[in-house]
Design a protein around this ligand. Structure first.
Ligand SMILES: *Cc1c(COP(=O)(O)O)cnc(C)c1O
Length: 460
C-alpha cells in the first residue's frame, strides 16, 4: 500500500547530505569560460584570488568533481536551520481543486529569511579558514547582507556591507538586523571608496544601484589588508552550495516514492533554481528521468525570455570579468515600479548554458500584480507570507496545477519557496491598496540595454 504522505517531510540526521553536487561535472557542454575584462583571456585562479577566497576560487573553476564534501563546521551550522521542510501543499491543492500533487521546499525558516544563508555560511567558513580578518559585500533588498552578517558573526569575521542607498533608507529594519549581528553598513554610494566618491561627485543625489555597490565592495576588499569579497548569486560556487536545497528535496521525495514531473523556481541570478533542480538535472543529463524545469522571471526584467545569450559584464561599473550568459545588458535598469527582487540584468552561466542546450526546458515571465495575486492566495491557504521573489514560482505552480485540473492529469509539481515577505510589506501594502501596476519594457527599452553589451570580435 502506498505510504501516506505527511504535510511536512523532514530528514533524519543520517539522511542529510554530506556533499554538495556540482552539476557542471555532468553538463553536456560546459559554460563558456569567464573572461578577464582587460586581456579577454579566460580567467585563471591567480586573477581571482585577490578578490575571492582561495578555496572558493577552486570551487568556482571546478568542472570535474561531481561531489564536493561539505566541511563538518558548515554541516554543524546547517543543523541550526536545516533540513528545511519539504511541504505537501494539501491546502493549496484543495483550494484549487486540482488532481496535481504540489510540493514546496521552504527556505524562509531562518532569521535572514531566505535560502541565501546556505551559501553565506560556506563563504564565511572558507574566509575564516584562510585566516582572513573580514569580508565585504553589497546588498540590494537586504536578504544577502543579512545572511552574510549571520555567517560572519558565527565565525568571528568582520563584515562591511555596501547597501544600495534607497534600500538603506527604506529598509531600516534590515539594517538593524545586520547591525545586531555586528556588521558595519554603508549607504552606497559612500565616500569611503574611490568608486563611491566618483559617483557622488557626479550625481550627488543618486539613490544608488547594485552595480555601484558591487564596485565599492570589490574596491574595499582589494584595498583592505586581510579582506576578500563575497557574492550571493550568479557564481558557480553559489549554485554549488545551494544544491543542498535540491539534495534534501530529492531525498525527502524518494522516501515516499515521489518524483517531480515539473520543477519550478524563481530566477534572479539563478542560485535557488540552480540548487533546487541540480540533483534532478543529474538524472535528466544521465537520461534516467525527464522532469520539466521552469525558470520564472519578472516580465519587467526578462533576461531569459527576452535577453541575448552573449558575453557581458556582471556589474554596471564594468569592472568585473565577462560571462557568457542570458543578459539584458549591464546598463539595463528595471522600471522603478518593480517591487520585489529578481532585478539582475544577467543570469548564472550554468543556468544560461543549460537553458541554451534545452535541459532547462522553459523560462516564463510573469507580471507583478499576478505574482501578488498568487502570493496572497498562497498566504491565505498555506499560512506562510511569501517573499515577492518566491511568489513568482508560486504563480507558475498554481498555473500548472490549474492546467492539470483542466486536463485531469495528476502531475507532481515541486517549487522553491525561497523566503518570507516580512521585509516586503510596503509592496504588500501597495498591492492591498490597489496601487500596484505592471510594467513590461518595450523593445526600444530593451535595445538601450542591449547597446551596452560589449562587442567582442572573434569571441563566441
Ligand atoms: C535573492 C532571492 C531570490 C533570487 O535569487 P536567485 O539567486 O535567483 O535565487 C529569490 N528569492 C529570495 C527570497 C531571494 O532572497
Amino acid at each position: 500500500m502506498a505510504k501516506e504522505i505527511p504535510y511536512k517531510i523532514y530528514l533524519t540526521e543520517a539522511e542529510l547530505p554530506k556533499a554538495w553536487y556540482n552539476v557542471r561535472a555532468d553538463m553536456k557542454t560546459d559554460h563558456r569560460p569567464i573572461l578577464h575584462p582587460g586581456t579577454l583571456k579566460p580567467v585563471a585562479a591567480e586573477d581571482l584570488t585577490p578578490v575571492f577566497c582561495e578555496e572558493l576560487v577552486k570551487q568556482e573553476l571546478n568542472s570535474t568533481d561531481r561531489y564536493i564534501e561539505i566541511p563538518e563546521e558548515i554541516r554543524d551550522f546547517y543543523k541550526m536551520y536545516r533540513p528545511s521542510p519539504l511541504v505537501r501543499a494539501y491546502c493549496l491543492e484543495k483550494a484549487l481543486g486540482t488532481p496535481a500533487k504540489i510540493y514546496y521546499k521552504y527556505e524562509g525558516g531562518n532569521t535572514s529569511g531566505s535560502h541565501k544563508l546556505n551559501s553565506a555560511i560556506a563563504q564565511a567558513y572558507y574566509a575564516k579558514k584562510q585566516g582572513l580578518k573580514g569580508v565585504t559585500t553589497e546588498t540590494g533588498a537586504g536578504q544577502w547582507g543579512t545572511a552574510v552578517s549571520m555567517a560572519c558573526s558565527y565565525f568571528g569575521l568582520d563584515l562591511r556591507v555596501y547597501m544600495v542607498k534607497v534600500s538603506y533608507e527604506q529598509k531600516p529594519y534590515r539594517k538593524a538586523v545586520m547591525e545586531t549581528y555586528g556588521a558595519k553598513i554603508f549607504a552606497s554610494p559612500s565616500n569611503t571608496t574611490e568608486a563611491g566618491r566618483k559617483i557622488l561627485a557626479e550625481f550627488p543625489d543618486t539613490t544608488g544601484s547594485l552595480g555601484c555597490a558591487i564596485s565599492e565592495a570589490v574596491e574595499a576588499a582589494l584595498t583592505t589588508e586581510g579582506y576578500r569579497y563575497v557574492l550571493g548569486s550568479v557564481l558557480n560556487q553559489v549554485l554549488l552550495h545551494q544544491s543542498i536545497i535540491g539534495l534534501e528535496a530529492k531525498t525527502a521525495m524518494l522516501k515516499y516514492d515521489e518524483y517531480p514531473d515539473i520543477v519550478i523556481g524563481s530566477a534572479g541570478g539563478g542560485s535557488n533554481l540552480g540548487g533546487l533542480m541540480a540533483p534532478f538535472m543529474e538524472d535528466k543529463l544521465a537520461g534516467r528521468r525527464a522532469p520539466h524545469f521552469i525558470a520564472v522571471e519578472p516580465a519587467s526584467c526578462p533576461s531569459m525570455t527576452r535577453g541575448k545569450f552573449a558575453y557581458d559584464f556582471c556589474d554596471t561599473g564594468k569592472v568585473t570579468p565577462l560571462a557568457k550568459m542570458y543578459t539584458l545588458g549591464s546598463a539595463f535598469i528595471p522600471s522603478a515600479n518593480h517591487a520585489g527582487g529578481l532585478r539582475y540584468h544577467g543570469m548564472s552561466p550554468i543556468l544560461s548554458q543549460l537553458y541554451h542546450d534545452g535541459f532547462l526546458d522553459e523560462a516564463r515571465a510573469v507580471e507583478q500584480t499576478s505574482v501578488f495575486d498568487a502570493a496572497v492566495q498562497f498566504a491565505r491557504v498555506e499560512g506562510i507570507l511569501p517573499a515577492p521573489e518566491s511568489a513568482h514560482a508560486i504563480r507558475v505552480a498554481i498555473d500548472e496545477a490549474i492546467k492539470c485540473k483542466e486536463s485531469g492529469e495528476e502531475k507532481t509539481i515541486l517549487f522553491g519557496l525561497t523566503g518570507t515577505g516580512y521585509f516586503d510589506l510596503s509592496a504588500y501594502m501597495a498591492y492591498n491598496e490597489g496601487k500596484m501596476s505592471d510594467y513590461i519594457p518595450t523593445d526600444e527599452d530593451l535595445e538601450r540595454g542591449f547597446a551596452s553589451i560589449p562587442s567582442l570580435p572573434g569571441i563566441q
